[in-house]
Design a protein around this ligand. Sequence first.
Ligand code: PDD
Length: 280
Amino acid sequence: MSRISFLNGQFLPHENCMVHIEDRGFQFADGIYEVTLFKNGRLIDGDPHIERLFRSLREMKIEHNFTKEFITQLQLDLFAKNNMSEGTCYIQITRGMANRVPWVPKNLTPTISATVSLGKKMTEEEFEKGVSIMTHEDIRWKRCDIKSVALFASSFINQKAKDSGFDDAIFVRDGVVTEGTFANAFIVDANDTLITKAADNLILCGITRNRMIAIAKEKGIKVEERNFSVAEMLNAKEVFLTSSSLILRPATKIDGNQIGNGKAGKISRILLEEYKKFIG
Ligand code: PDD
């Protein structure tokens, strides 16, 4: 059976989901998206994802009439129609179609699309080994808090990392570590304090990030949301990335330097285990 996806009110075979060449998403990256994890018939942190989706729409002034109930149901229906009990849902909303003009036209009908995928599960060995990271200047725009589809800078640097023999990159702006190409970054210092950049316009305030912070606090782990430098990251006991698709991935080598003992650390393990309990 072909995958079923969603486009502008219709559930269609995936290969039939076509968008017009003058869609503003296609021409200007004038759109936003969300990626939500689905497990045991449940959207994981479904509400915060939808709240962030609406925030992104507000910040980009994309007019729409979507409701939280509609977006939730649409995602659940997609998993049901694809007979999936777990996976991820990608949902995207662009401003819609208009003749190509430099300004932002009003009263357009937004284009909404969604699709589901199984995703790749991380094995215990992959977790233990962690990933090798390269630091790179953060060349993105200064509204990284919006989950916009303008991801070329992230994709470009992610590929540059791979071409240079690394798994991924972590961005650095003015000496401050911001985040990964598609994930938030955390470090654990010598006192087992968990540190991640405070949410501002320079990072995406990750839903997994927020959940990990909440779990850490519940487990009595001290959390600081503040800037940290590359030097602090290289001296950390643990470094890890979080996102809805990665969940938690230790970074055990950065710019060729071993982090901690070169394997997944204690706090990373606790947080991943507790997160797994949370998602059931
Ligand atoms: N990306 N920062 C960036 C730049 C991201 O692209 C993502 C997620 C995150 C983590 O956010 P969350 O925990 O809400 O998934 C942080 C998604 C998964 C993607 O683009 O595929």
